[in-house]
Design a protein around this ligand. Structure first.
Ligand code: 5GP
Ligand code: MG
Length: 179
């Protein structure tokens, strides 16, 4: 897989440091609370595993699956709930874990859903923030790294369901997805 990567943006070491930094911050900010951590599949699977190991709190971990990208390199406007959670978020503090915030539409969808279900507070911890891609006004509360407006893969992020298991985040060579 390494041969398909044009440039490594965030290596394992820097991702680990981001997890430690944000894990400490979340531990501090939620001291005494028992938040629900809502991990967004599939992209956030590694970020969830690494970040949560740096969070010293009694958390309840839930996974939700939404679809937005449909395997390509550009976002679409239609978002649907693929696999829902079965626990009640009414009156709970929820922390959404995302791999990347791009247009912001997925996050808006999730925040609305949780608000409708009566969550007490909703915050977002994302590994990557692609601010230039934003189409709706929304921001993450905890950000690992800002990333430029390019299609990235690895560490959870896929291209046609591949590269999620790359241990770092990088940019694919153009020829890999130009055909
Ligand atoms: P948004 O709804 O903010 O446009 O997009 C959120 C989702 O789109 C992310 O959770 C991720 O699955 C996907 N996405 C956005 N940008 C990228 C990217 O650069 N690479 C990959 N692989 N997925 C992306
Ligand atoms: Mg995602």
């Amino acid at each position: 897989m390494d041969n398909d990567i044009q440039e490594v943006l965030f290596d394992q070491d820097s991702i680990h440091h981001a997890a430690v930094r944000l894990g400490k911050q979340i531990t501090k900010d939620y001291a005494g609370e028992e938040p629900v951590v809502l991990s967004v599949l599939k992209g956030a699977y590694l970020w969830t595993a690494d970040l949560l190991r740096e969070v010293d709190l009694y958390v309840k971990l839930e996974f939700i699956k939404i679809s937005s990208y449909h395997g390509g390199v550009s976002s679409t406007n239609s978002i649907s709930l693929v696999t829902d959670i079965h626990s009640d978020v009414q009156g709970r503090d929820v922390i959404i874990l995302e791999d990347i915030v791009d247009t912001g539409q997925s996050l808006l969808f999730l925040k609305k859903l949780l608000a409708e279900r009566g969550a007490k507070s909703i915050q977002v911890a994302t590994l990557l923030d692609k601010k230039e891609g934003r189409k709706v006004e929304i921001r993450a509360d905890y950000i690992g790294f800002d990333v430029r407006n390019e299609f990235v893969v690895g560490y959870g992020l896929d291209y046609k369901e591949m590269y999620r298991n790359l241990p770092y985040v990088g940019i694919l060579k153009k020829e890999v997805y130009s055909d």
